[in-house]
Design a protein around this ligand. Structure first.
Ligand code: FES
Ligand code: FES
Length: 193
């Protein structure tokens, strides 16, 4: 009797085996990946990324540049704004593969030798930033404005920054910050604001 019992396999042993694949059934899908090559804050780099990766997630999670913020994640707040070839672009609404070969600048790239640029300094000193969540997007948008229009009027500042929302400042201090930066840039004879 004992020899018969020893030949019977426990039920658990058979249930742990993975189910045999059905012939013709496709296995788990691999996400298509691409090599993204770009110039990021003045430095060329390449990364292997999933094709559907958002630029915002690439910047924060692959490149480690967490200055760019995720606000609404729906193209409405401007917190995720970066510069692509000098133009403001919502990184939450842009695929990383769309900036292949382009020049991308984030708020980190607008510093000068590791210190704040005059524009960043102006936001700091003129109270253009309170909680600071909108500030990276405000600064990148303002940087693009001041590069093309070194002495913008209040209306021009409002128009250029109309897509950037702030819950804290009431915008007056943000406009003043841009004006202060424009004056500092003019006093310095132009260049990066
Ligand atoms: S997070 Fe991109 S526009 Fe709000
Ligand atoms: S400073 Fe807080 S959202 Fe603008």
């Amino acid at each position: 009797m004992t020899s018969t019992a020893a030949t019977v396999a426990p039920a658990s042993a058979t249930s742990e085996k993975p189910p045999a694949p059905t012939p013709g059934t496709p296995g788990p899908k691999k996400r298509p990946r691409s090599i993204l090559g770009l110039t990021l804050n003045g430095r060329e780099r390449e990364d292997l990324i999933p094709d559907g990766l958002l630029l915002l997630d690439y910047l924060r999670e692959v490149a480690g540049l967490t200055g760019t913020k995720q606000g609404c994640d729906g193209g409405e707040c401007g917190a995720c704004t970066v510069l692509v070839d000098g133009q403001p672009r919502l990184s939450c609404s842009t695929l990383a593969v769309q900036v292949q070969g382009r020049h991308v600048e984030t708020v980190e790239g607008l510093t000068e030798g590791g210190t704040m640029s005059p524009l960043q300094q102006a936001f700091h000193e003129s109270l253009g930033a309170q909680c600071g969540f909108c500030t990276p997007g405000m600064i990148t948008t303002a940087e693009a404005l001041l590069r093309r229009n070194p002495n913008p009027s209040v209306d021009e500042i409002k128009t250029a920054m109309g897509g950037n929302l702030c819950r804290c400042t009431g915008y007056v201090k943000i406009i003043e910050s841009v004006q202060v930066a424009a004056a500092a840039r003019a006093a310095a004879g132009g260049g990066k604001s």
